[in-house]
Design a protein around this ligand. Structure first.
Ligand SMILES: C[S@@+](CC[C@H](N)C(=O)[O-])C[C@H]1O[C@@H](n2cnc3c(N)ncnc32)[C@H](O)[C@@H]1O
Length: 234
């Protein structure tokens, strides 16, 4: 779970760029494939940027996340949308959705493949027949050890980001925030890289048809990235 202080850094730092960019691609994909979505759910929705974009298209968009700070920001950004604080491993709403998304490396926060399996079983239960489950996962070969990145928020507040690898193969994103040179807090976010083939097998085991598993989302756009995109259908 992200601390509320870190959620504010996330919002201010501009990581909202990722869901904005993906959201534009998703809208293009929906148009290109003539997919009509009435009701959508974004798992691990963060600050709610993707939900807002979908709602802007007339979709009844909702989101959930287990970091209260993220949901607080999402609700402040758009009080009209429905958001919930919950853990996607156990989350199983009663209603059905014709689009379920989970992006921004959110599934890389789930350490155990058994838990990914539980998420897929749950999504299958609340996805409408013919509905799409679209998500991304990090591509292992593209996660470099990074030099610290320094960022100035204001005259007095500065943040430093650093990506390291633990001995057990996990990725650690360390964020340290300083005010007037004094350390205010440090957040360590752990992620793990899952093999995309193992992930696709789990989808199939849970009844999904895998329509796409590739390191780009749209065709012919040259947008090859550090991320795998998976389109699964019920
Ligand atoms: C890198 S952020 C991405 C947020 C958003 N999807 C985006 O693209 O901006 C990962 C999010 O996953 C959420 N998360 C991680 N594990 C979760 C879980 N088990 N259930 C629900 N949310 C989770 C975190 O709270 C965080 O908001």
């Amino acid at each position: 779970m992200y601390s509320t202080a870190f959620c504010k850094v996330y919002n201010q730092f501009g990581w909202n760029y990722f869901p904005e960019a993906f959201g534009e691609q998703l809208l293009t994909w929906l148009r290109q494939n003539q997919v009509t979505v009435r009701k959508s759910l974004d798992l691990a929705c963060g600050t709610g940027v993707l939900c807002e974009l979908l709602a802007g298209e007339g979709i009844e968009a909702s989101g959930m996340d287990f970091s209260e700070g993220m949901i607080q920001i999402a609700m402040e950004r758009n009080p009209k949308l429905h958001y919930e604080v919950a853990d996607m491993i156990t989350y199983r709403p009663k209603e059905q959705f014709d689009l379920v998304t989970c992006t921004g490396d959110a599934l890389n926060h789930i350490m155990r493949l058994e838990d990914i399996d539980r998420i897929f079983a749950n999504v299958y239960a609340y996805l409408a027949e013919g509905g799409y489950f679209i998500f991304d996962i990090l591509n292992e070969k593209e996660v470099p050890m990074a030099e610290p990145i320094d960022l100035d928020f204001s005259e007095t507040v500065k943040a430093q980001f650093m990506v390291t690898h633990d001995a057990d193969g996990r990725i650690n994103l360390q964020t340290t925030v300083y005010e007037n040179g004094e350390k205010q807090f440090e957040e360590n976010i752990k992620e793990i890289v899952h093999d995309e083939k193992a992930v696709c097998e789990l989808l199939q085991k849970n009844g999904f048809r895998v329509e796409k598993c590739a390191n780009h989302f749209l065709e012919n756009e040259g947008n090859y990235s550090k991320t795998w995109y998976i389109i699964a259908r019920k």
